[in-house]
Design a protein around this ligand. Structure first.
Ligand SMILES: Cc1ncc(COP(=O)(O)O)c(C=O)c1O
Length: 390
């Protein structure tokens, strides 16, 4: 796989054949779906013209189904109107307004293109607001330097960042208190493999305030999925800043950093700006997505379909306990824990061979296009594949 013009096979790490199927060599990749030609609803077609039912859903970036007609129509109109121009488009402020109506704690927002950019902007704004530099995080926050480690990341940058353990009340309290008056922000993904306990979310909220730091909810995966306002809405805990992305524009590139007006006001004292942050196609797609989300109670549908899927996964766990060691996630984003990497690869490949793209690691996502019959067929395929391996 080393001769590709795009090193690593593709620019999105989680779409690599190795990530999806545990396939790294050309021999292993042979016959597997590796490149896409088309996607519609919850169906996708690979370069060999084969059709699959999909649960990767663009890594959670699509909740209405691929190519949703109303979103596409809005995007086409924005394209016909010129995409970009010398001035910010009217729709930028309009979208900020409708987001604030639906998610009241987004008093002010800025738009960016990727989740990683938006979380980095939240961290910058927290540093501006507090005049401090330490950051505690929990979960995945993208590829940028502030939260990464290893080659290419300056040690001095890394030294400003540490992790708090998900759902561990005592350790989180201690780490926040230890960071004390050097702490600028606590950035948490509110769901990491399992649901957060209310006690943990409350502890993080209270301790962050006590430390005089900014609490950021990284809702890149959870907003527009658990609820329109994400985990903050579902669990009733308010962050100072929230970061949204992925399903926000149903696959068009857009992310948001937003929250308390006083913290967001710091954007006047630092430089957060991107040439194409205000292109109108993704902004229009996001507004159309939000309309469909509200009108069709999409999060309710995701919860119902996801619950049906999750129950089925638990049945598979009980029946094939030698291969499946547990079920991870919540209804809206779930996966199976497998006995080994090899088993997970065998299952993912077996599913692909039967027309199903089902992630072997976190997470599988349902969409508005998944119905009960599709979920039941999916569970039958998984059952057949596990039966053929066991
Ligand atoms: C919770 C969370 N934060 C940040 C990111 C980074 O977003 P992006 O890949 O759009 O930069 C992701 C991506 O998976 C994510 O899941």
């Amino acid at each position: 796989m080393s001769d590709w013009r795009v090193p690593g096979f593709t620019s999105t790490g989680s779409k690599r054949p190795d990530a999806l199927f545990g396939a790294a060599t050309p021999d292993e990749v042979e016959g597997l779906p590796t490149r896409l030609t088309r996607a519609s609803g919850c169906r996708v077609w690979d370069a060999n013209g084969r059709e699959y039912t999909d649960y990767v859903m663009a890594l959670g970036a699509v909740a209405l189904g691929y190519g949703h007609p109303e979103v596409n129509r809005a995007a086409e109109q924005a394209m016909a109107a010129g995409v970009v121009g010398p001035l910010p488009p009217v729709i930028e402020e309009e979208l900020a307004e409708v987001l604030a109506m639906r998610i009241p704690w987004l008093e002010r927002v800025r738009f960016l293109k990727t989740g990683a950019e938006a979380v980095a902007a939240a961290v910058r704004l927290a540093r501006v607001a507090t005049g401090r530099d330490r950051v505690l995080g929990c979960g995945y926050h993208g590829w940028l330097d502030w939260c990464q480690a290893g080659e290419g990341v300056p040690a001095g940058t890394r030294a400003l960042y540490a992790e708090i353990p998900f759902n561990d009340v005592e350790a989180s309290r201690r780490l926040i208190r230890d960071a004390g008056d050097r702490l600028a922000a606590v950035v948490v993904e509110p769901v990491v493999v399992i649901e957060p306990t209310h006690e943990w979310l409350e502890t993080v909220r209270v301790e962050t305030t006590r430390a005089g730091a900014v609490l950021v909810f990284d809702e890149i995966k959870t907003a527009f999925r658990l609820a329109i306002g994400g985990a903050a809405e579902r669990y009733g805990v308010r962050p100072d800043l929230a970061v949204l992305g992925k399903a926000l524009a149903n696959g068009f590139p857009l992310a948001v950093v937003g929250g308390r007006a006083d913290v967001m006001a710091g954007s006047a004292r630092t430089w957060i700006s991107s040439t194409l942050a205000t292109e109108a196609v993704a902004l229009a797609a996001a507004r159309a997505t939000l309309e469909v989300m509200v009108r069709d109670d999409v999060c309710g549908h995701l919860h119902r379909m996801g619950t049906r899927l999750l129950h089925g996964l638990h049945r598979l766990h009980r029946k094939h306990a030698d291969l499946v060691t547990g079920v991870g996630g919540i209804a809206e984003m779930c996966f199976l824990h497998f006995a080994s990497d090899q088993v997970s690869a065998d299952v993912a490949r077996g599913c692909a061979g039967r027309g199903l793209l089902f992630k072997r690691t976190a997470y599988n996502f349902v969409s508005l296009a998944h119905d009960e019959a599709i979920v039941d067929r999916t569970l039958n395929v998984l059952e057949e594949v596990l039966g053929s391996i066991g």
